[in-house]
Design a protein around this ligand. Structure first.
Ligand code: ARG
Length: 261
């Protein structure tokens, strides 16, 4: 995770960002801290990346890389405003001895890649349409040795895969069908017949932008319907308020890069 110390909406690269709407950086830090404490309270270890002035979106740490079983496929951002974030993530992984593979193709890390270790023997889901480009899916497959399934995102409000779909355990997902092309919806239905589906209100409340350890599902507190559905499916929803970061177009998952050893 990376503190939102320098978080601001200085440019608009997704439909949620409004440069005229003021951001309260102190509140952002407070809410982000609660998220960090929640993860620690659930028994997870949180590593911190140092925030850098001039990189107001760095708080969205999920976009910096994608890690599967100790191998890191680096990010290459679409928008120039975020380009320099990739080097900070790379330095973090290299200083810790992870195997790092530098990308040639445009991709925004866990923003557009999800890993399901127990689905069909280990499957990567990859989004494209707004940020990550299709050739990066093939590059990720070569780098990470796992089959990659490409899913086309069609609604600009859901510009990353991780605002439309999340893994809730090692083999299952929750998603908002309306974010995907008709064909991709069919592919998801075939791969995950038992998926939990979210509705428009859950999706627009950033409910899908969640992290799960297979039992506890940390999600945006506004996604109350989805919390109910997850509970009914046997998970424990853990709501967290992240209203300030929503102004940048992100929530829980965007703030967290998962380190899969
Ligand atoms: N303002 C950031 C951007 O548009 C938000 C990124 C959200 N991160 C995510 N993983 N969806 O790039």
């Amino acid at each position: 995770m990376c503190s939102p110390e320098y978080f601001a909406v200085e440019y608009a690269i997704n439909p949620w960002m409004d440069v005229t709407a003021p951001v309260d950086p102190e509140l952002a830090v407070k809410q982000w801290d609660r998220l960090r404490e929640t993860l620690v309270g659930l028994g997870h270890e949180v590593h911190l990346l140092a925030p850098e002035p001039g990189l107001p979106d760095m708080v969205f740490a999920a976009n910096g890389a994608f890690v599967v079983d100790g191998t890191v496929y680096g990010a290459r951002f679409k928008h120039h405003q975020r380009t320099d974030e990739a080097a900070a993530h790379r330095a973090f992984y290299e200083s810790q001895g992870w195997r790092f593979i530098a990308p040639n193709e445009t991709n925004e890390g866990e923003g557009d890649f999800a890993y399901l270790p127990e689905a069909h023997g280990g499957l990567i889901l990859a989004g494209y349409g707004f940020r990550t480009e299709l050739p990066a899916h093939a590059e990720a497959q070569e780098a990470l040795d796992r089959p990659v399934v490409s899913l086309r995102l069609v609604d600009p409000r859901f510009y990353h895969l991780d605002v439309a779909l999340a893994s809730i355990d090692d083999g299952n997902v929750v998603y908002y069908p309306g974010a995907f092309s008709t064909a991709s919806q069919r592919v998801l239905g075939q791969l995950f017949p038992d998926a939990v589906l979210a509705d428009d209100s859950d999706a627009l409340a950033f409910g899908l932008n969640l992290v799960s350890d297979g039992a506890n599902v940390v999600l945006n507190s506004e996604a109350t319907r989805l919390a109910g559905r997850l509970k009914a499916a046997g998970y424990t929803p853990v709501p967290v308020e992240l209203a300030e970061l929503k102004k940048g177009g992100g929530s829980v998952k965007c703030c967290i890069a998962e380190l899969r050893r």
